[in-house]
Design a protein around this ligand. Structure first.
Ligand code: SAM
Length: 404
C-alpha cells in the first residue's frame, strides 16, 4: 500500500524559516494521508508524480509552456491589475493559470481557499481583496511552487501591511486529510487551471462542497474539452501536464457538479490554441484534430435544495447598482447580466444565488416559490462556449492581454 505525505507549512513562517518538507515521515508535523481514489481510469499516484515533476522541475517560468492552455484569458479588470502590480516578480513568472478566478464583488473579510495555488499569485491577489480581516489559504502538492510562495511571504507582508495568508502542502484528492483544514469553512474557494490535472475530479468537487460555507461559492477557471478526451491522449504526460488531456468533456463536468449538489454557472470562456507543432502532431497522430479545448470560468454556489434544472416560479430581481465598481450592471454568469434598476425574470436557482448569498443586499426581490410555471425558457444543452474570442490568436497574442 502506497502512502502520500501531506505536509503542513506554518501559516506565518517567514521565508527564512522555511525549510523544504521532508519526503519521509520524520517529524510530528508530517501527516500520512491515504492514497487518493482512482477515477476515470487514471492512475492517481503516477499522475500526481508526473504533474509534480512538470510543475516542480520541467517548467521554470510560464514562458516554458508549450501551449496557451495554462495561460489564457482576457486582461483582468483594472483593480485586479493594480493588485497584480504589487506582487513579487518571481511569483508572477511562475503563474500558470488559465483565467480570472476571483469573483467580482466586495470580498472584504472573506475566507478564501485556493486549490492548487502554485507559486501563490492568486493567493496574493485575494490577500489584497479580502484585506486584514479576511484570510487566504493556498494548497498545492508541489514543493518547488510553494517554496516561491513562501520565500516571498515577507515581501508581500511588507507591501500590504499585514499577513493573512497560509500555505499548505497536500493533495486536492485528500483535502479532508489535511489537519489545518479540519473544522474550517470558506466563503470562496478559488482554483486556476488545476482540477484538470487531478486524478479524482468528483472527489475534489465533493471536498469543495464540504469546505464551503452555505451561501459560499467555488469560483474557478479550468480547461474543458468539446468531447471526451481519448485514453491515448490521457496517457501522454506532456499533454496532461499542459492542462489539455486531463480536461473533462464539458457536459461530463456539468453533470458531475450537479451530482455533487451544485448548479454550474459558466461565467466566461475562451478557445485554447494549440500552436506547438509537437503537441499538434501528437493530437493529430491519434486522429483527434476535431477535439477542441476551452478555458472556462465557472461558479458553483453551495445552496440548499438547488434543483437539477432551471424552474420557473414567476420570480424577478432588480439590481440596485451597489456592487463596488459595477454601478451600471453586474454579471452573474454568461446568461445573467443585471442592469441597474431593470426588472429581470429569473429561475428559482438564480434567485437563490442572489438571495441566499452575500449578494442579497445588492438586489430587490419580486415573488416567491409559491407557484410553479414549468421549466424556465432557454435552459440550454449544447456546447456553451464561444468558438471565437479576443484571446483566440495563439499563445503569443493570447498571453499579451492575459492575466500572465
Ligand atoms: C497549472 S498550475 C496552476 C498554478 C496556479 N493556480 C497558478 O495559477 O499559477 C497547476 C498547479 O496545481 C498543482 N496540482 C496539480 N494537481 C494537484 C493535486 N492533485 N493536488 C495538489 N496540487 C495539485 C500543481 O502542483 C501546480 O502548482
Amino acid at each position: 500500500m502506497q502512502f502520500h505525505l501531506v505536509v503542513a507549512l506554518s501559516a506565518l513562517c517567514s521565508a527564512s524559516a522555511f525549510t523544504a518538507p521532508a519526503k519521509t515521515p520524520s517529524s510530528s508535523r508530517l501527516f500520512v494521508a491515504a492514497e487518493p481514489k482512482n477515477d476515470l481510469f487514471v492512475d492517481a499516484t503516477a499522475t500526481q508524480s508526473s504533474v509534480q515533476e512538470y510543475y516542480g522541475q520541467t517548467l521554470a517560468t510560464s514562458d516554458d509552456l508549450k501551449t496557451n492552455a495554462c495561460c489564457t484569458g482576457d486582461a483582468p479588470p483594472s483593480y485586479i491589475k493594480q493588485a497584480i502590480d504589487k506582487i513579487h516578480p518571481d511569483v508572477k513568472a511562475k503563474y500558470y493559470g488559465c483565467g480570472l478566478c476571483l469573483p467580482q464583488y466586495d470580498m472584504t473579510g472573506a475566507r478564501v481557499l485556493d486549490l492548487g495555488c502554485g507559486a501563490g499569485r492568486d493567493v496574493y491577489i485575494a490577500s489584497q481583496l479580502v484585506g486584514p480581516t479576511g484570510k487566504v489559504v493556498g494548497v498545492d502538492m508541489t514543493e518547488e511552487q510553494l517554496q516561491t510562495a513562501l520565500e516571498t511571504q515577507t515581501y508581500h507582508e511588507e507591501k500590504f501591511g499585514y499577513n493573512n495568508v497560509q500555505f499548505l502542502q497536500g493533495y486536492l484528492e485528500n483535502l479532508d486529510q489535511i489537519p489545518e483544514l479540519k473544522d474550517q469553512k470558506f466563503d470562496v474557494i478559488i482554483s486556476n487551471c488545476v482540477i484538470n490535472l487531478c486524478s479524482d475530479k468528483k472527489g475534489v468537487l465533493e471536498h469543495c462542497y464540504n469546505l464551503l460555507e452555505e451561501g459560499g461559492e467555488f469560483y474557478f477557471s479550468d480547461v474543458y474539452a468539446s468531447r471526451r478526451v481519448p485514453q491515448e491522449l490521457q496517457d501522454d504526460p506532456v499533454l496532461w501536464g499542459e492542462c489539455l488531456s486531463g480536461a473533462l468533456y464539458w457536459n461530463d463536468f456539468e453533470c458531475l457538479s450537479r451530482d455533487v449538489g451544485f448548479d454550474p454557472r459558466l461565467v466566461e470562456d475562451a478557445p485554447i490554441t494549440v500552436s506547438n507543432a509537437d503537441v499538434q502532431r501528437s493530437i493529430a497522430e491519434h486522429g483527434h484534430e476535431a477535439l477542441e479545448f476551452y478555458s472556462a470560468t465557472y461558479r458553483l454556489w453551495k445552496l440548499l435544495d438547488l434543483e437539477p434544472a432551471c424552474e420557473d416560479y414567476g420570480q424577478a430581481v432588480i439590481y440596485k447598482g451597489t456592487i463596488p465598481r459595477y454601478q451600471s450592471g453586474w454579471l452573474l454568469d454568461k446568461h445573467h447580466y443585471f442592469e441597474q434598476g431593470r426588472i429581470k425574470t429569473v429561475c428559482g436557482n438564480t434567485w437563490k444565488m442572489l438571495q441566499d448569498t452575500r449578494l442579497k443586499e445588492h438586489f430587490e426581490f419580486v415573488g416567491n416559490f409559491d407557484n410553479h410555471y414549468g421549466i424556465f425558457e432557454g435552459c440550454g444543452s449544447s456546447l456553451p462556449y464561444d468558438a471565437q474570442s479576443s484571446a483566440a490568436a495563439g499563445k503569443g497574442d493570447a498571453t499579451k492581454g492575459s492575466c500572465c
